[in-house]
Design a protein around this ligand. Structure first.
Ligand SMILES: Cc1cc2nc3c(=O)[nH]c(=O)nc-3n(C[C@H](O)[C@H](O)[C@H](O)COP(=O)(O)O)c2cc1C
Length: 230
């Protein structure tokens, strides 16, 4: 099994450790790990070059490294500390740079069979909205199976987290890994519905242009084909 971890922070605090605790439960897995902003130190400049061709993104090569690992993974684990009730800024910058992967543009077929987990920690409150920033993007990438884990750790770093809380987190990660491993990926109504709206947009020429429409045509999605079917 291939697992790709994307951390919305460079440092190894509570959020990182929880992400690793979960990863460790999947025995014999191949793990690839990226830290933001270290591994993609850019913001989307809004040049729209990617709409024509992903290779025209000024950060294509660096981004490709991460996106290849995402596209070939069975499970994605994204982690972010809660910053001002939302995901970290590097995580948001990364999401912006995946703009063409959204169903409204050129969704990738491989996304419709993946499992993902989003993890966030906060000192007190805000994990729900921080996680939502990420699950929203994953949903629009087409990922049908997304789990969430948010916890208030009452700490500024992993060392400050109480032993009692660490025991609870470890148990939660064992249970979460079992659930994920057993789960069968099924593309649900919400994803199908949204995909069909985007398909109608492309059919009516309301997408971002001819290149995008050609992509949908080439994938067979303007006819009877769907990314979740073989
Ligand atoms: C810039 C910044 C903003 C933060 N905003 C919040 C917040 O909105 N709510 C909260 O409960 N904790 C907030 N915190 C605390 C962290 O979310 C918390 O300590 C978290 O567990 C840190 O994770 P880490 O150890 O992985 O860095 C903030 C911390 C920083 C540095």
């Amino acid at each position: 099994m291939k697992i790709t971890l994307i951390h919305g922070q460079n440092h190894k605090g509570s959020t990182y450790h929880i992400g690793r605790l979960l990863t460790d439960q999947f025995k014999n897995s191949e793990i690839r790990e990226f830290f933001l902003p270290k591994d993609l130190e850019h913001f989307c400049p809004g040049c729209y070059q990617c709409i024509e061709d992903d290779k025209k993104c000024p950060f294509y090569e660096e981004k490709k490294h991460i996106m290849d690992a995402i596209e070939t993974a069975d499970i994605l684990i994204l982690t972010t500390p809660t910053y001002c009730m939302r995901a970290s800024a590097p995580m948001k910058a990364f999401i912006d740079l995946t703009f063409t992967y959204w169903m409204s543009h050129r969704p990738r077929k491989c996304m419709f069979s993946k499992k993902a987990v989003v993890i966030s920690t906060a000192a007190g409150t805000g994990t729900k909205s921080a996680i939502k920033d990420i699950t929203n993007a994953l949903f629009y990438w087409g990922i049908p199976y997304i789990k969430e884990y948010g916890i208030s750790v009452q700490a500024m770093c992993w060392e400050q987290v109480s032993d009692k809380k660490k025991v609870k987190i470890r148990k939660d990660m064992i249970k979460l890994a079992e659930t994920i491993e057993k789960a069968k990926v099924r593309v649900g109504f919400k994803t199908r519905f949204m995909f069909n709206i985007m398909r109608m947009m492309q059919l009516k020429g309301m997408g971002s242009g001819e290149t995008e429409k050609d992509y949908w045509k080439k994938m067979g999605w303007l006819g009877k084909g769907r990314p979740w079917r073989n």
